[in-house]
Design a protein around this ligand. Structure first.
Ligand code: BGC
Length: 451
């Protein structure tokens, strides 16, 4: 029988550059995503976040939408370069004011804010100084984080330092699909390491005066070996180390997985031991972003990992080519508990891009595949809770259709449809479905057909 805890957080998630628009308004400085999107041949259809969902100006309407859906939590990110246009030094009061008003609006409607301090939009001025490759960045990040803590910690109880450091380096420094667009095997481990140091410096700064809780958000994608062949198994272990353990092992166990040296070869540096005492410090909770799993086989041409994904014949795939496979969400939450301990967890992102039909008369938009995706995955979260995992909340990615990074506006993840010509919002069936699940504390899932 499915029933979620009374105080469970039911939220939606977004990030600053993906929804806000007005990236340079009121004294904000440019971010690397602003710069990247304005560089030819980086983003599909030459899309940018200049307008996005215009959330910067419409946030009150969007908070009202959250209320209408029935959510009681909202995860958003703060744009570093709105708060500190140069990334360090002078604070831009108008930037901070925006987040202040957003937090007040949420609280006034009974919606708990969860704030992410970094969701990929590094101030361009810091990139000019080397960005995540410059060791000083740990200090810059803690300085910025402290400014935001001071302003909002009285009202914000859930803080996360970084969103998905793996994507920051894999996309931004190894394969170049994301800002700042580097493709360099030697840079990627350095950027990763400084991300971890920055996370840790921010946690340390929070301990000095923060009154609530702080964690980090990682993307986890369970890897299953395609066969019992030792080569496939070894490839799967490498893929798992690279994606799932690269950040969690240093934070919770004080060192990188052994496989990292093998994967990066001569590009894997020797790290100063004292860095790990900083990185290996307690956090209050872990945020897990889960979208899909991966069945892996050995492939000598499969890049650094010498691994390749295996297509699953009978599976459903989303528009971003990700297999829909909910049991792996239960598995991965259990895996975290077993490997790293039973700390509180939130599913900080889960959702799917599917092709949506046009909004029809009467403002209805039927998105049955997304409804089915949510149903299966919320059940999978409950499955983990039943097996003793301390999951305290679930956030759908995303509240709104938005700027999907290098894919521009071509992929829609929202449970609310956005008409990007008019900025009109329309609740999709998935938003109404989610509202019913929330209203019934999950009971509504008991009579649903799918596993
Ligand atoms: C990111 C989001 C992104 C989503 C879908 C996550 O990796 O945190 O910013 O839009 O996945 O790709």
């Amino acid at each position: 029988m499915i029933e979620f805890p009374r105080d469970f957080l039911w939220g939606t998630a977004t990030s600053a550059y993906q929804v806000e628009g007005s990236p340079l308004a009121d004294g904000a400085g440019p971010s690397i995503w602003h710069r990247f999107a304005h560089t030819p041949n980086t983003v599909r259809d030459a899309a940018t976040g200049d307008v996005a969902c215009d959330h910067y100006r419409r946030f009150l309407d969007d908070v009202a939408l959250m209320r209408e859906i029935g959510t009681n939590a909202y995860r958003f990110s703060v744009s570093w370069s709105r708060v500190m246009p140069e990334g360090r030094g002078a604070v831009n009061p108008a930037g901070l004011d925006f987040y202040d008003r957003l937090v007040d609006a949420l609280l006034a409607r009974g919606i708990e804010p969860m704030v992410t301090l970094y969701h990929w939009d590094l101030p361009a001025a810091l990139d000019d100084l080397g960005g995540w490759l410059n060791p000083e960045i740990a200090r810059w990040f803690a300085e910025y984080a402290t400014v935001v803590f001071k302003r909002l910690d009285g009202r914000v109880k859930l803080w996360t330092t970084l969103n998905e450091p793996w994507v920051v380096t894999d996309g931004g420094y190894l394969y170049g699909l994301h800002a700042p667009g580097h493709r360099n095997r030697f840079e990627a481990p350095i950027a990763s390491h400084h991300l971890l140091r920055a996370h840790a410096e921010a946690v340390r700064a929070y301990r000095a005066g923060g009154r609530h809780s702080i964690g980090i958000v990682v993307n986890l994608e369970p890897k299953y070996s395609a066969s019992d062949d030792p080569a496939d198994r070894a490839a799967t272990v490498r893929a798992d180390a690279y994606m799932n353990r690269q950040y969690l092992d240093p934070i919770f166990r004080g060192g990188y997985p052994d496989e990292m040296g093998q994967i990066f070869g001569e590009a894997w540096p020797r790290w100063p031991a004292h860095d790990f005492s900083l990185i290996h410090q307690p956090i209050d909770f872990l945020g897990v972003n889960y979208y899909t799993r991966n069945v892996t086989r050995f492939d000598p041409h499969g890049g650094l990992l010498q691994a390749a994904p295996v297509l699953q014949r009978r599976a459903t795939y989303t528009e971003t080519g990700w297999e829909v496979f909910a049991p792996a969400l239960t598995d991965v939450l259990l895996w975290v508990k077993e490997r790293y301990g039973n700390l509180p967890m939130y599913v900080t992102e889960n959702g799917a891009a599917f092709f949506d039909p046009p909004v029809v008369e009467g403002d209805r938009l039927a998105d049955p595949l997304r409804v089915d995706y949510l149903r299966r995955h919320i059940k999978a979260v409950h499955g983990a809770i039943e097996r003793g995992v301390d999951v305290r909340g679930y956030f759908v990615w995303s509240l709104l259709d938005n700027f999907e990074w290098s894919l521009g506006y071509s992929k829609r993840f929202g449970i609310v449809h956005v008409d990007f010509d008019t900025q009109k919002r329309t609740l999709k069936d998935s938003a109404r479905f989610y509202g019913r699940i929330i209203g019934s504390k999950g009971h509504g899932l008991n009579d649903s057909p799918s596993p």
